[in-house]
Design a protein around this ligand. Structure first.
Ligand code: FRU
Length: 500
């Protein structure tokens, strides 16, 4: 007998009650990001705008802080800032999804919210037994979903690593992109079309390892997303199996995009090089949607499939990972720009402003520029060879060096707790940087969104110092706000849960 969603919710809530003292002591809980009360969160799913509300679902293992059998958790918001938790939307309770309701997407059609996801079926860890079914579920109220079962089976030529359907409508035609692995062990994004969301036809591979200049480009491509921005067709995809190359591909798995022109009729994609979307330690499986204002919005998983999940400092508080802030995507000069949605400004309070602060090699701190839940905007005025650093707490540093055109983020190595690790990118100049800090997370938006770094950082909870130093001729303007602690996920808010 499988449990009903109501019963599962009860088990989860009982566990939260049992460990509420531990949860209350947790210094790492986030205040304005979407995180699970308990358990493991990974990919964002089903990002959609339905009946005047934003919906985001997420891969959730509510019972452990490691990967396992996945549910679809669910949050709803009117403004992308204040979210309410809704009941679990999809639970693995059918023959076609019994080992996990894996990632997928949502579309609105005929006043209904349609979910598309991958039903994962396998016997323990035995890869030989893996099966993947692309499934559909439908809701009239955006809260209760009726499963309709599989709508696509793995086509010939592909392994059961065939998942993460992303559905969209273009010129009155439904399309779906799916992440795939060929029998030869190459990652691909494949395209399907449908007249009615129920009957789907396989149209072929749109892009992949071995296609169009991408040689040896991964043994599996996960979580594809295809959309048009300005005159560019953009395919976001997460290849697995790329080797580190200089500052690129330093995480285990990689999320990036290909931009160019899709020929939907002949199913081909003339694209440029693969560009990583985020340069930080923790970013994967992003998903986009277009909202009623016509904005292309993206949310990612602020995590990665690190082996080191077990040493993650939040596991002792029975949770792990978070979603990123919602970002707006824009296309500018051959590049995707990412910036946090402007609605987040509603969280600002206690504004502090400084202008023309000269910097030197000696680190300075500024009155009221400190904390660990804040937003900070810095504009630099600098000439010639210079370097600039922001030191956050004891262990974390943001650094730009003009002599090598390198920008980097340094954090305490989670694995050993006393060495440091780095992520970097090349940057011609550092004009401005916007920092969102939320206890144990940081997101850096550099040069109006040209580069982004997302990472979890674990400084000493009480160490709220922010310091600045520079070499060369550097002065800065700075604006800083405390951000409201929404605490949307503490005990008091459990009873805000929308009833099934
Ligand atoms: C990406 C991913 C997806 C899969 C899901 C399972 O992180 O591996 O390909 O659907 O996570 O949770």
């Amino acid at each position: 007998m499988t449990q009903t969603i109501f019963e599962i919710e009860e088990i989860i809530n009982n566990r939260i009650m049992e460990i509420q003292n531990t949860l209350a002591e947790d210094p790492y809980r986030l205040h304005y990001h979407l995180m699970p009360h308990i358990g493991l969160l990974n990919d964002p799913n089903g990002f959609a705008y339905f009946n005047g509300q934003y919906h985001i679902f997420y891969q959730w293992n509510p019972f452990e802080t490691k990967h396992g059998i996945k549910y679809w958790g669910h949050y709803i918001s009117e403004d992308l800032v204040h979210w309410k938790e809704a009941p679990i939307a999809l639970a693995p309770d059918q023959w076609y999804d019994i080992n996990g309701c894996y990632s997928g997407s949502a579309v609105v059609h005929d006043d209904k919210l349609y979910l598309f996801y991958t039903g994962n079926v396998m016997d323990g860890d035995d890869e030989e037994t893996r099966k993947a079914y692309q499934c559909m579920a439908v809701s009239e109220d955006g809260i209760n979903f009726e499963k309709k079962g599989p709508i696509i089976y793995v086509p010939e030529g592909y392994t059961a690593h065939f998942r993460d359907p992303k559905v969209f409508c273009k010129n009155n035609q439904w399309y779906m992109v799916i992440g795939a692995q060929t029998m030869e062990g190459k990652g691909e994004a494949v395209l399907y079309t449908s007249p009615d969301l129920e009957n789907w036809s396989f149209r072929g591979a749109l892009a992949g390892s071995g296609h169009n200049g991408l040689f040896d480009f991964g043994y599996m491509w996960e979580c594809p997303d295809l959309f048009t921005l300005e005159d560019q067709d953009i395919l976001i995809v997460c290849p697995q199996g790329l080797q580190p190359k200089g500052y690129e591909f330093n995480n285990i798995f990689h999320a990036g995009y290909l931009a160019g022109k899709v020929d939907y009729e002949h199913v081909s994609f003339d694209h440029g090089k693969f560009t990583e979307l985020d340069r930080g330690f923790d970013f994967y499986a992003p998903q986009t949607m277009i909202d009623s204002k016509g904005r292309r919005l993206m949310i990612g998983w602020m995590g990665n499939a690190e082996e080191g999940d077990s040493i993650h400092p939040t596991t002792r508080y029975e949770w792990i990972h978070t979603l990123t802030l919602p970002r707006q995507l824009e296309w500018n000069n051959d590049k995707l720009l990412q910036n946090p949605v402007k609605e987040l400004q509603s969280l600002r309070e206690n504004k502090v402003v400084y202008t023309d602060i000269p910097l030197s090699e000696e680190s300075i701190s500024l009155p009221n520029i400190q904390g660990n839940v804040f937003e900070m905007e810095i504009a630099l005025d600098a000439a010639d060879d210079y370097s600039f650093s922001i030191v956050l707490g004891e262990n974390n540093q943001v650094h730009f060096d003009k002599s090598t055109d390198t920008f980097s983020l340094k954090r305490l190595n989670l694995a050993d707790g006393n060495s440091f690790e780095y992520r970097s990118c090349l940057l011609e100049d550092l004009r401005n940087i916007r920092i969102f800090k939320d206890t144990s997370s940081i997101e850096l938006f550099i040069n109006d969104g040209e580069e982004v770094f997302s990472a979890r950082i674990f400084d000493y909870p009480d160490d709220k110092n922010v310091q600045f130093n520079a070499t060369g001729n550097v002065s800065m303007d700075i604006r800083k706000w405390d951000l409201q602690k929404l605490n949307a996920f503490n005990m008091n808010n459990l009873n805000q849960t929308i009833e099934i």
